[in-house]
Structures are given as C-alpha cells and as structure tokens.
Design a binder for this molecule. Structure first.
Ligand SMILES: [Zn+2]
Ligand SMILES: [Zn+2]
Ligand SMILES: [Zn+2]
Length: 767
C-alpha cells in the first residue's frame, strides 16, 4: 500500500548538497514527492511503500553528504496524492534564518583528483570546490547563504559553471563558491612596495616556490587569513621569520604534503591520523621523532611539533610544485604561521597584508576572493584517548555545541586572553572563532565585530549579556556598556566548570577540579587552584591552594623567578635557601614588596605554582610565551615512569603548598636533576588532588568530578589525575569539544546565563 510522509529535517542541511542527495536517493528508490529548503532546515514529502519509506529514512541518516549534520528528523503520516516523480522545489521563503551555516572544509577527494588532472578544466585552479568542500563561514557577509551574500558576489559564473550550479545531479549543484579559471578568482604574486610581479597562470606559484626554496618569507592568503610561510628545514629562514615577526621562542606550526611526510617527522597514532586528515584539518601537536629534518628554530626545546596537512586547493598546488622543485635530499615542509605581528589578529585583506606585512614578508601571494570572516587554524592534541582542544576555530566554527535544554538566548563575552564569545539559541550554543587577547587594540576591534557579525548571521537577539567578574577585563567593560540589556557576571572558574558540564549536558552537582592560571575570585583575590562543588546555578568553593603573594602581579607571570622567590619566602622566611636562581636578583626589594603588601596580590593559582616549582627545580627564570616555564617542566618529565610523590597531606579548605616547596627545595639543593624533580612534582600534585577530591566526596557524597582550566593542557597532569580518580571509582568529565583554557569559558558563561534566565534568577547562588 502506498503511504506518504512529511519529513522535517533540522541541522546543517543547507549549502552542503543535501537536496541533490535527497533527490538522487528518492529517484533511485522510485519515491515520488518533493524536497525544499525551509527556515527550519529541509522539508521532504515522500510517497512509496512503507518498506521503501523506512529504507529511505535510514539512508537519509546513514548516507548523508560529508558536511551535513542532522540534528532532528521528524516524520508525520499524510494522505497520498497523485505525485508521480520526485522534484527539488525552490524555496519561496526568504527568511532562511534558522538553518545552520557550515564551517569551512578542506578540499574533498573528488575536487583534489580534478585539481591534479591535466585534462580537467580546473587543472591546478586554486579555487576549485563543490558542495562537499571549500569555503563557507569565512566568505559569508550575511544570510541566507546565497552567492550574492558571499565574497563570491563579485564573480559571475560562466555558462559551464552555471550549468553545473543548476543541475541537481551535479556535484556543484548550488555550490555557492563554484568557479573556474574562466570566471572565478585568481592568484598573483607581489613584492611589498612593488606592482604585481607575476600574474600569468601558475607563474605566481612557480615564483613562490623559488622564493621559499631560497629562504625567503612569503605571506600566503589562505582560507581564514594569511599565513607566513618559510622553508621549515631552513634554519636561517625560520630565524629570520622569528626576528621579523617578533616571536622569540613560541613554537611555529608547519604544513607537510601528506601523512607519510608526517610519519617521517613524528609519531602518529591512529586517532591523531584521523584528526589530521579530517575535513576540519586542524593543527595537531605531535611527538617529534629524533633527528628529523625540521629546523630547530621551529619549536625550540619542544618535544612536540604542530603539524597540519594542506586544506585548500592552493596549498595542494604549492606542495605539488614544491615537490617537483625540491633539491635532492630536500624535505617538503613549510612553516605556516598566522600572519600577524606578535599578539595582533591574523591579517585577512590584501590591503592589510601590503601595509602590515611589508617588513615581515619578502613576497605576498595574493588573490581576489575576499576573506570576510577572520578564522585562525584550530589546534588540537591527542593525549592517549583524550582529545584536547588548544584552540577551536577553523573547521569547527560555527558548528554549535548542543546544550541539554533550551532556554532564552544570551550573549556570553568570555575572558580577557584567548577570548571567544558565545551566543545561544534554543539548545544550541555557538562559540565564536578564536579572537585573541583583548588587551590588543586590533583584537578588541575584532571582538566587537565578531559579536555583531555572529548575531547577524545567526539571527540571535540576546536577552542578557554574560561576562566575567573581573572589573578590568575589556569584555566585562564592554558588557557593562550595553545599557539596553541586563548583565550577569559569572566567576571565572565557575564558568570553566560550567563549560565542561555544558559539553556533557550534565545537570547534577559535581566536584569541579579547576586548575588554571588566573581568575578573579569572589573575594577579590586571584584564584586558580580551585575545588568547587556546583552546577549551573549554584557553586561553593570547598578547597583551594594556600594563597601566596605574587610580587608585581603581571610582572611575576612573565618572570617566574619572582613567584619562586615569594613561595620560598613564605616557606622558609628570612632563612632563604641558596638556590642558584636567586643569585644576582633584587631579592631584598621583592621581600620588602611582600612585607609591605606592595602590588603583591594573593593567589591560589595552579599556574603560578607550576612557575614556582619550575624555577626552584632549576627551570626557566623568565619566559618568552605564555606558560613556557610550566610547559618545559612538564616536558622534562618525558617518558620516565613517575617517581613517588612527596609526603604531603590533603587538607581543606586550604591545600598546603609549603611542604611541596620545602621538599622540592631540599632535593634541588642536593643536586637532584631537573627531570627527576619535574616527575616528583607532577606525581605529588596528582596524588594530592586525588586525595583532596576523595576527601570532599566523602563529605558531600558526590562521585562525579569535572576537570577544567588551562593547566589541563598539561598531558601528564591530565592523564595522571584522570587515572588516579578513575581508579578510585570516580566518574570524570573532561573537555572534548572546547578548550580547557580560557577559549572555553564563554560556553560556560552562556550555559549559566541561559539557565539563570530560564529560572528567573538574576545571579549565581554562591556559598
Ligand atoms: Zn569538492
Ligand atoms: Zn566558470
Ligand atoms: Zn581561566
């Protein structure tokens, strides 16, 4: 018997080849009816036998195009009619507002094959794409996602491209950025201050390769911004890049052509390989093999290398040519680091590149498809079975995180460093791309633009603004200036905790172990080594590191020797141990500052404890990038099995630090190696946290623990704490989709704000 069903599909189903997929599937199964886009997603009416319809529904979910994501599928029985064939019906609704925009995706296998086929009309054409791949988020000016609303509006499709675009069975049916060498964007090479130096087809690429192989620095316009490229095997070239970019030691990301090349440089697990080759193409932090050909200056003193594979057709053309021109024994690897000056946002326009990169890059490889939305590369590390986001940006944004419940729309504006913002609509939380450090004027400007743009393309009108407690964060100040909306302020570490809970759609109270650098506490001191009990609406500070003075505040963060000295002073008093790092330091000045409480905020920060432990153990006295001392302390542990912990007893609410400092100092004075001290320090913390959580669990009866905070980017600590807690029978929630660092707190803020509004509360209940 013939049946007819109405099928409503919600999710990422527009601009990803979903309608042609439905059309072809329906034709194959001899189903009649139609498919059309709606403001909610995709609407299908399908008529066939019951069995066929069931098969159809299963196939819709199983065989959907690679970029599509189905969030809900609703079926309703309706009366059959006389339909005989299946059609794609054009949408009459102009307000396609509810649909989700897809992130930018790496070139697909079909397009890559055409790109490399000399007989194809798009052979080596750097803007080849189809409905399964290519730019999305970065070229959208406004919605609906149609060509006139993208940066492709400037190009008129030729007859051939148009026929692909209009043919429902073509891979390029309604591929908005569809283009070819006849009608689409093109590439050229410039030298700063000079006109185009090559424009002929592929000559720009040849010139670029020649320059790179001669040690030159080339700014390359990519998908979400410019990269600065240099030969990653050329020590001088990489050092020159560091000098010009004013970036002393922070590791630089590299790009290599394929998985085999990656294996040559790094150890690659199955999971790492699948992340590396995914359509999101993030940078993966991989363990380096010894003696690899990459210049030391790429990641000085670092055990890991940040590597990504090519993701645009332009990258593939570059690497195909690079391999053709590589000298014997050469290795194809390019530094591909965000093109910016120190902490500024990544450069996206040709004009910006000409002015801001003129004294960094020797050449600019430009094109005329505008990047409208700045989006940095995403960065991920895989620690055993834990996927840890360091930065969630290109490829993932604007895909939402789904919350357990719907609620009023809110705008959360994040923290100060590694800022992201987050908007909610229904049960979806949209995190922005990485914005950066708001202290930078250009980053602040980008922050304001991102809020506006996201509200526009997502059609969200927030009912409240959620921000941090810190009065000096620029995001807090921005929130306070929004007079037309109510504000909810959320404590920094509560936001970290809520970010994990939001990811897990977890509603019950948990013990939150939040290990972090800096966050403003309810008592006005600097928090960061916190054990909380709480959920979205209530939170209690049950334990924290014994507060220590931070001589000079911010200055101490850049100069761990100050922190080390303060922790020693608190532990030993005037009877300071004769550790080498104290020599030739203005010790007395610092002690006077501490005694007189002059610019010495108190902190329970775990990040600062790492700094102090590092310098006491013989590590770094001053740093060149964030958390460098802590990272080096962790890397010193290496593959050694961890030595036993120091004898330190857990206590609440103040977790004692002096015994750890005392034990480390005594061993350092005995001349125990940095590596060994690093191992014992980590093991001591793991043990101490497990004991503390156990103790709190016995009092509270809570058996679930959530881990968050920037310190959980530390592999040894993350895996150690996780195992220690699991061994004791705890359920442990860790971040899987957003960073444990401050890039994730806007999600936590948003989840808290949405819940409070829904319950008619105006603030978090804090005990
Ligand atoms: Zn494609
Ligand atoms: Zn064309
Ligand atoms: Zn934080």
């Amino acid at each position: 018997m013939v049946k007819r069903q109405r099928i409503e599909i919600n999710g990422i189903v527009q601009g990803v080849g979903f309608r042609p997929f439905v059309f072809n599937l329906a034709r194959k199964l001899k189903i009649s009816g139609f498919v059309r886009n709606t403001s909610q997603g995709v609407y299908i009416e399908a008529q066939a036998s019951e069995d066929t319809l069931q098969f159809f529904i299963r196939a819709l979910q199983k065989e959907k195009p690679p970029l599509a994501e189905i969030i809900s599928l609703r079926q309703t029985e309706i009366s059959p009619n006389g339909d005989r064939d299946f059609r794609i019906v054009s949408s009459t609704d102009s307000s396609l507002a509810e649909t989700l925009i897809a992130p930018d995706m790496a070139i697909c296998d079909d397009c890559l094959r055409e790109l490399r086929d000399p007989s194809d009309r798009r052979y080596r054409y750097p803007f080849i794409n189809c409905t399964n791949c290519g730019p999305r988020f970065t070229i959208i000016r406004k919605i609906p996602y149609d060509r006139p609303n993208t940066s492709m509006a400037a190009f008129t499709m030729c007859a051939q491209c148009r026929s692909e675009y209009e043919n429902p069975v073509d891979r390029r049916f309604h591929a908005q950025p569809n283009a070819c060498p006849q009608c689409g964007p093109h590439v050229w090479l410039e030298a700063p201050g000079r006109k185009k130096i090559s424009a002929a087809k592929n000559e720009a690429f040849q010139e670029t390769i020649r320059a790179l192989l001669h040690g030159r620095i080339v700014a390359i316009k990519g998908l979400g911004g410019f990269h600065l490229a240099a030969d990653a095997t050329n020590e001088q070239a990489v050092q020159r890049l560091r000098l010009r970019k004013n970036r002393e030691e922070k590791p630089l990301a590299i790009m290599v052509p394929d998985v085999e090349s990656v294996r040559h440089l790094c150890i690659l697990s199955h999971k790492e390989q699948s992340l590396l080759t995914s359509a999101q193409r993030p940078i993966i932090l991989l363990r380096q093999k010894k003696g690899n050909p990459i210049a030391r200056a790429v990641a000085p003193g670092n055990r890991r290398l940040g590597i990504m594979l090519p993701y645009t057709p332009l990258h593939y053309i570059l690497f195909d040519l690079l391999q053709e021109h590589l000298p014997e024994n050469g290795f194809p690897a390019l530094v591909m680091t965000s093109a910016n000056r120190s902490e500024e946002p990544i450069v996206i326009s040709n004009e910006e590149a000409r002015s801001r990169l003129a004294d960094i890059a020797d050449f600019l490889l430009l094109h005329n498809r505008d990047i409208l939305v700045r989006t940095d590369d995403s960065v991920i590390a895989q620690f055993k079975d834990q996927t840890v986001f360091f930065r969630r940006s290109r490829g993932y944004v604007p895909r939402p995180v789904f919350l357990a419940n719907s609620g009023p729309s809110v705008l959360a504006v994040g923290g100060q460093l590694k800022n992201t913002v987050c908007l909610t609509k229904g049960n979806r939380a949209f995190l922005s791309q990485h914005i950066g450090d708001l202290e930078n004027v250009r980053a602040y400007d980008f922050f304001e633009k991102t809020i506006e743009h996201l509200q526009n393309i997502l059609r969200i009108h927030p009912r409240a603004v959620i921000c941090d407690l810190h009065p000096q964060y620029f995001s807090t100040q921005w929130a306070k200036a929004q007079n037309h909306l109510p504000i909810i302020q959320v404590q920094h570490h509560h936001a970290h905790l809520a970010a994990v809970l939001a990811e897990w759609q977890w509603d019950d109270p948990v013990i939150g172990l939040i290990l972090d650098g800096t966050g403003y506490g309810y008592d006005g001191t600097v928090w960061g080594g916190e054990v909380l009990i709480g959920d979205f609406t209530e939170v209690r500070r049950v334990a924290y590191f014994e507060p220590m003075p931070l001589p000079g505040g911010e200055a101490a963060i850049k100069q761990p020797w100050r922190t080390g000295l303060a922790y020693l002073y608190r532990t030993f008093g005037k009877d300071l141990p004769a550790l080498p790092f104290l020599q030739a330091k203005p010790v007395q000045t610092i002690l006077t500052m501490i005694d007189n409480k002059l610019n010495c905020p108190l902190t329970s920060s775990c990040g600062r404890l790492f700094d102090a432990a590092a310098v006491i153990s013989g590590g770094r006295e001053t740093i060149h990038y964030e958390a460098q001392a802590a990272i080096e302390l962790m890397q010193a542990v290496g593959d050694q099995s961890l030595p036993p912990p120091y004898e330190v007893r857990a206590a609440v609410p103040q977790i004692p630090l002096k015994p750890i400092i005392r034990a480390l100092t005594e061993e350092a004075l005995k001349g125990i190696s940095f590596d060994r001290l690093a191992g014992r320090f980590h093991q001591t913390l793991i043990h101490l946290f497990a004991e503390t959580v156990q103790h709190i669990s016995e009092i509270s009866g809570i058996k679930t623990v959530a881990l968050s905070g920037g310190v959980f980017q530390n592999e040894i600590l993350l895996l150690g704490v996780l195992q220690a807690l699991q061994r004791r029978g705890f359920r442990v929630l860790t971040h899987r989709r957003v960073p444990p660092n401050d890039g994730g707190i806007s999600l936590g803020q948003a989840a808290i704000g949405q819940r409070l509004l829904k319950q008619g509360q105006a603030e978090v209940h804090f005990a």
